[in-house]
Design a protein. Sequence first.
Lengths: 351, 258
Amino acid sequence: MKKIPFHSYYIALGLLLLISLIVSARVGAVPIEYDRILLFVRHAFSGKPGPSIEEQLFLQIRLPRVLLCALTGASLSVAGALMQALFRNPIVEPGLVGTSSGASLGAAFVFVMGKSLSGAWLDALGPFVLPLAAFAGGGLATWLVYRLSNVYGKVNVNTLLLAGIAVNALAAGGTGFFSYIARDPQARSIVFWNLGTLSGADWTNTGIVAFSTLTGIGLSLRYSRALNALLLGETEAGYLGVNTRRLKTRILLLNTFLVAVATSVVGVISFVGLIVPHILRLLKSSDNRWLIIGSALLGAVLLNIADMLARVIVAPSEFPIGVITAFAGAPVFLFLLIRAGRQQQKGGFYA
Amino acid sequence: MLSIEHLVCRIGERTIVDGISISFVPGQLHVIVGPNGSGKSTFLKAFSGEWTPAAGHVTYDGIGLGRFERVDLARRRSVMTQLPELHFPLSVDEIVMMGRYPHFSFRPSARDKAICEEVKGLLSIDGLGERDYLTLSGGERQRVQFARALAQIWEAPPDGGRYLFLDEPVSSLDIHYQHQFLRLARSLVKENIVLIAVLHDLNLALQYADRIVFMQQGRVMAEGTLDIVTGGLIREVFDIEARLLDDPEGGRPVIVFA
């Protein structure tokens, strides 16, 4: 427990985020110089963008992508922090409990079948159909995993992992089926659904993800104290005045909301929600208020770095971002799993 | 005052608490004893509001348990259980502050912080504030959890008394800490708190209780001051031969098992 106060960390992480956004806006298939970025941003604020292709590229492709990436990283990391607090276990993350793959299946369904199910209500919902379908799919998958692993009011983490594998496989199979029968070339790309990509970013979907991320994080902060109390155990949290049953439902819904909306736009990006809260815990504390705010900032930074790597390594082509997060995240996951296995005798594996 | 009338708790078809009626007054240490499976812990959960009873009434200062909001109840009643398992590192300060959670909505007030400091001083853990709870010894953890429970009810609510329930608080401690803890708990009697402890060890119970409740199969077999304790009662409740000896130094009886 180091004595550096929380707000110093927030300022440092905020600066880091700003730097990563600027650097990330610069690199890519077409590098944009910093002074040009400054000029374009000034143009955008004054409302009269210049006509150059470089400026169009920056405003219509690069900038929404960078912002979408930061928002997605924040969403996934905060969702990871929420799930870890809920299950009282550091190896849980949205990808593991089925939220991501379920959301991906919901989105794939609409993406592929949407044109055949046309109707007035579909047109009215417009760009929200995809996130809504993802929310339904992600919620259903998470609920299924939670139900399967919840025996006599206790979540057994071994069962949780196995149920997660089964539901993930089922959802991935469904997604594979839809992408196989799809005619649209983008939907046919298995890579998009299983490894995630930010190349589809535009201002509409960035706006939708911005809405879900900001409201999701705001709501999460309201539950940070209750989640702290839950670390002591459900009974103890109850004695501290927490309605644990209601809390669990709301946290599962919040997690689904944060993850599903982002996943409907960028596909499945795993392990971000695992690593980021873990780093923050090592850095300072397990206080959930810190973990939520910190995850939002650090998650944005780290996913931005991952996306930069994805664009730079094989430029002018690009890597699926999920490959990078898996390479970074899977070892951390294995490390946590080994440590959890050692602690099992002490009874620390139940939530 | 805590009043309980005809309290019944069931799990499925099985009756765990079978129609208990009893009152607990402030200013005395009430100790509940009984063999495993006698329903002590369920009984405590039911009158502290964590278990919905099948029948019966529980009132705090005349107000029905069901009429309290969860948070309102948490401001006057705190419960300390056997050491809770923690899987994440948290500092001692963060855990003690959890006791104040029912009292503030976003940030702790200066008063909340002052109360935490005061409680830590009382339990001599003021030096541990920044320490990681997971690195503490069993005795230290116990005091931290006790500090949290005390911080929760440090001030009486405007409309009633305070209640502190201890559910087998010393089971995981060695003998030194058991006595240290119970001496400390006993010293709270003068604070006008309704103080109830569930204990496993009969001799510990005799040494610290003002009033003692014997439970068996979900019923109260006997309740009263230490005078009610006899070899016959212990044989009836615990199914073991026992004799009571007088401790020439302390004045409280000691039980010897045959």
